[in-house]
Design a protein around this ligand. Structure first.
Ligand SMILES: [Zn+2]
Length: 263
């Protein structure tokens, strides 16, 4: 059975489930094993479909109510509403292409992202039922996808002071060694680099804390800091539970992180 690891809000919010799918049985020779739901990183299409079906059965939702974008490390946010569900498959694919965050206020619709080291951010506003999911690698984090997702939530009616956020397994500060061009990208886009960067004393290499960057971005957007949770688990430190592009290469599975509101 697929393990859905719960992501915990800062307080119990029973109507909102956020989770990540753990890898299950890992075969060291197969970088996609066991549960990969991402269909554009080279895995067998039938295996991906089977994993999606299994997830929907566990969630008790229809297969077409599992919605995930084709991510590009950008900052485009798409709203999943009745227009999406009335569109045909080709139109739906267009709507999801080049998108790194999704928002909906529909119940029993699981929106999610696929990540392997990048930050996965689930958000909800229990006062209005608006939920969101975002993928933030260093490019997206630097380009403020966390703040832009929050802003998009408020545009469809979410109440800023009620928004909760949780970040699941993603690369930790120690593991995320980067070149100085990455540090420069954060500085150029007005991040306080002194709060998210440290240098390894031995190698002199920069390390960025991606989750902290997203947390500070959400503070700047106006979310109550008490409502932001980091699970603290690292994909690279625990490749037996989560996919890690730094461990497995980019031709590998992705960890699916989803959120849904129960009707
Ligand atoms: Zn780590």
């Amino acid at each position: 059975m697929m393990e859905l690891e719960q992501l915990n809000w800062s307080q119990p919010l029973d109507d909102f489930t956020a989770f990540q799918v753990t890898r299950g049985n890992v075969n060291a020779r197969n970088p996609y094993s066991q549960y990969n739901l991402c269909d554009y990183t080279g895995d067998d299409a039938l295996r991906v479909l089977n994993a999606r079906i299994e997830l929907c059965m566990q969630l008790g939702i229809d297969l077409d109510h599992l919605v995930m974008p084709r991510q590009v490390h950008g900052t485009k946010v798409t709203i999943i509403d009745d227009n999406y569900f009335q569109a045909d498959i080709t139109q739906q694919e267009d709507m999801l292409n080049g998108v790194d965050a999704l928002i909906t206020n529909l119940p029993d619709v699981c929106i999610g992202v696929n990540t392997a080291d990048c930050v996965n951010i689930a958000l909800c506003d229990p006062s209005t039922g608006v939920i969101a999911i975002a993928h933030a690698g260093w490019k997206g984090a630097a380009a403020h996808i966390a703040r832009k997702t929050v802003e998009a939530m408020t545009k469809i009616g979410a109440s800023l002071r009620h928004i909760h956020a949780v970040m699941g397994a993603s690369i930790c500060h120690d593991c995320f060694e980067v070149g100085d061009e990455v540090v420069d990208a954060f500085a150029k886009q007005k991040h306080d680099v002194s709060r998210i960067m440290k240098r390894n004393a031995t190698t002199g290499k920069a390390h960025i804390d991606l989750r902290k960057a997203c947390t500070l971005d959400m503070h700047a957007a106006g979310i109550n800091p008490d409502y932001i949770t980091e699970m603290g688990t690292c994909t690279r430190c625990q490749p037996d539970r989560y996919f890690s592009a730094r461990r497995l290469g980019i031709d590998s599975g992705r960890t699916f992180t989803g959120i849904l509101r129960h009707h």
